[in-house]
Design a protein around this ligand. Structure first.
Ligand SMILES: C[S@@+](CC[C@H](N)C(=O)[O-])C[C@H]1O[C@@H](n2cnc3c(N)ncnc32)[C@H](O)[C@@H]1O
Length: 456
């Protein structure tokens, strides 16, 4: 790999004696990882059914290394949302967040959803997760991942951080800023990133990160936790960004991050002030552990924050006749959705509990997407196939890994089932993949066209 000369010189300067080991790591293959989704299966149970060998990632309780030749992205367990494929070091960020059920958490720079889906797993679908992505194209992938993993307490938004800050002042218990950065830590994973590298780009990212952190600060409650991370080595985007932020906000203080399994302290000597507290931050180095480069800081807000009062969202389905949905629910589900409903352009959503009013905010997915009210009938959304516990679905068509029927289903083909039960959930070894409609012996395929895969 041809690394930029300025980058090489800078890293040599920074790392001195360690530089040789650091550059030698570029000759090794990148480590590949996946993270089990506890909303669908525990890590322990997955180990028992894993179709390919996996090995614990020591710094993430749900993370495992896999061999890339096994291509877990092509296995139907991936489509069933049993795991999320993620760079191993990136998994440590959400471990530092330590999300709890019932909290209000914001993931400000969230696409494609690695940190958000990990946080959601820890929240057990209780509380509120606002997962935001500024770029309209990237927000689509974020939404799909939130759906596939069965997250039902998330609102997916497509806003700039400063617009969100005006709405959610002093609102969140925890905020993650997994900032856009120069990506130096990902050169081995994504060699194309090398060509975008320049000192100007590093400086530009540092300025962007400063602005994003200001918005995050406004949205954090008093006592709230802010986790900042990048996948770059540049001190300008790491220790120095945090140092400037703390100097500006003297009510923000760094909290320690437990360092184990090759995770190192941040480097106070790379900040302007050489303040010892910056060593509380964490660095993950590719020559010291099996993963790429990362930086993480954990901060707490100690000062008072005035929370802008936000009303609880109202039920917007009340003026419309939603009997078709209730009929579908009675026929197809073993539960009765009790949450506040949101109806927009005939699309029906179940909002997370105590969902804030989102007027003026671009919410591309305001809660669990139940489906669409069509003329005289209701059609369930793919998200509803993943967002409920398995016992909630009345009619199931279980496919097995030992024959080709799951391949046919994921290709979008109809399946002969012999029954006539209407809407059915199609599962692989008991884990939902999507919807089908069984009429007169044949299952019509409702696996979304955009997700269909041609598995041989
Ligand atoms: C490191 S990536 C996020 C990865 C994500 N957290 C995950 O774990 O999958 C940074 C994200 O910040 C977004 N971004 C870029 N410019 C931004 C800005 N000015 N404000 C907020 N987010 C921005 C990018 O589109 C990108 O999705």
């Amino acid at each position: 790999m041809q690394l930029p000369e300025d980058f090489i010189n800078r890293m040599k300067n920074m790392l001195q004696d360690e530089a040789e080991a650091f550059f030698a790591a570029y000759q090794d293959d990148k480590a590949t990882g996946l993270r089990i989704n506890p909303l669908k299966i525990s890590a322990e149970s997955f180990k028992n059914i894993s179709p390919f060998p996996i090995e614990n990632i020591p710094f993430c309780s749900t993370g495992f290394y896999y061999n890339p030749a096994d291509e877990p992205g092509k296995h139907p367990y991936h489509q069933a949302g049993l795991y999320y494929i993620q760079e191993p070091s990136a998994m440590f960020v959400a471990e530092v967040v330590n999300a709890e059920p019932g909290e209000r958490i914001l993931d400000l720079c969230a696409a494609p959803g690695g940190k958000s889906t990990q946080i959601a797993g820890a929240m057990k679908n209780q509380g509120l997760l606002v997962t935001n992505e500024i770029h309209p194209k990237r927000v689509k992938a974020l939404s799909e991942n939130i759906e596939r993993l069965g997250v039902s307490n998330a609102i997916v938004t497509n806003e700039s951080p400063d617009k969100l800050a005006k709405h959610f002042q002093g609102y969140f218990d925890k905020i993650v800023v997994d900032a856009p950065c120069s990506g130096e830590g990902m050169f081995r994973k994504d060699p194309e990133a090398v060509q975008y590298w320049s000192q100007e780009h590093v400086n530009h990212c540092a300025s962007l990160q400063k602005d994003i952190l200001e918005s995050a600060y406004l949205m954090l409650k008093s006592g709230g936790i802010l986790v900042y991370s990048t996948c770059t080595f540049a001190p300008e985007e790491n220790e120095q960004t945090i140092e400037k932020f703390i100097l500006k906000h003297n009510d923000m203080s760094l909290l320690p991050i437990a360092k184990m399994h090759g995770i190192s302290n941040g480097k106070s000597e790379w900040s302007g002030s050489n303040s010892d507290t910056l060593s509380l931050t964490a660095r993950l180095w590719p020559h010291l552990l099996k993963g790429e480069g990362h930086f993480i800081a954990k901060l707490q807000k100690n000062g008072e924050t005035i929370e802008r009062p936000i009303h609880i969202a109202k039920d917007t389905s009340k003026k419309t006749n939603i009997n078709d949905y209730r009929t579908f629910e009675k026929q197809t589900l073993d539960i009765n959705i009790q949450q506040t409903l949101h109806l927009k352009n005939n699309q029906l959503y179940a909002l997370p509990d105590s969902c804030p009013d989102l007027t003026g905010i671009k919410a591309v997915r305001p809660g669990l997407h139940l489906g669409e009210l069509k003329k005289n009938r209701f059609e369930p959304n793919h998200a509803l196939a993943h967002g409920l516990p398995i016992d909630a679905y009345k009619h199931k068509v279980d496919l097995s890994l030992t024959d080709d029927s799951w391949k046919k289903y994921l290709r979008g083909e109809t399946l002969p089932t012999g029954g006539d039960r209407g809407w059915c959930i199609v599962t692989i070894n008991g884990f939902p993949l999507g919807w089908g409609k069984e009429v007169k012996g044949t299952l019509k395929n409702f696996y979304p066209k955009g997700l269909r895969v041609h598995v041989k």
